[in-house]
Write a protein that binds this ligand. Sequence first.
Ligand code: SF4
Length: 293
Amino acid sequence: MIAYQKLCLGPEGNNDCAMCSVKNEQKTCTLTELIHQVNALADPENLELCGGESTLHKDLLSLISSARGRGAKRIKLVTMGRRLADWDLLTELIDEGCRLFEVRIHGSRPETHEAITGDHGSFDQTVQGLQNLSTLSNSAEYEGAIYVAARVGVTRANLEDLVPTIALLASLGVDRIILARTASDLPTTKAARAVENAMRVAALNRIWSVCEGFPPCLMKGSEMHVAELLRPVLSETQKPKGCRGCTYIDLCNGPPEDVIAQGGLREFRAVSSSPYVEDVRRLLTMRSLHAEP
Ligand code: SF4
């Protein structure tokens, strides 16, 4: 798996998402400060530009150009996708060398998406941004050169809308879907079943999907889609007692911290055996063999 170095451009956003973790935290970085951060990286080959809303930074194009000049080969833009509805801006971004996009979308309809973004009109712009990416991705000029992932925040508000959301994303030609638990107060097991169903629909549409925030004991039969299995693992003593003896103990980081804080540990039960654990280990070995140096 490619590890990206994150650059947070600033807190400015064009949505009012309740779950945004950066909007009150940082000031907007200047171009000089951002280039300084790129220069300070030991390996600037893979960069992730995020925010707030990355596309609102006034020097985004200059930053992409400078980063490319300093050795960045892959530049991933994490965005709500609203400004990608602007065809001219999108083509400028792509021509400057940004070819990887992670677009956040939270539903198949304005009612669901905007219940989370808090901004009327945001759904149509995000969908138009994804449509523009699809059109460019299928054009003779850029065919195969653009990669689009969609990140869906899983909350109580959109649990019933996950399958229609996957169907919408399939129609928009995205390459990968991430279903990320973004609320601590979800009924965890019920949410895991809804995510599993959504991932099955993605597979039927030949789209690779992963989930975040759902450990393998909640995703039996779908363990290969658990994103956390590809990340560094805490030692056994850092996990709750209930994880002891779990067949995934050396692969899994344990229940998510926010769920532990809510006292919701009873839904996480050690898995005594699984027909998938060796497949997961083989996948991890293959990924490390093919990882970038
Ligand atoms: S019981 Fe603990 S170690 Fe096992 S899959 Fe669940 S959270 Fe991970």
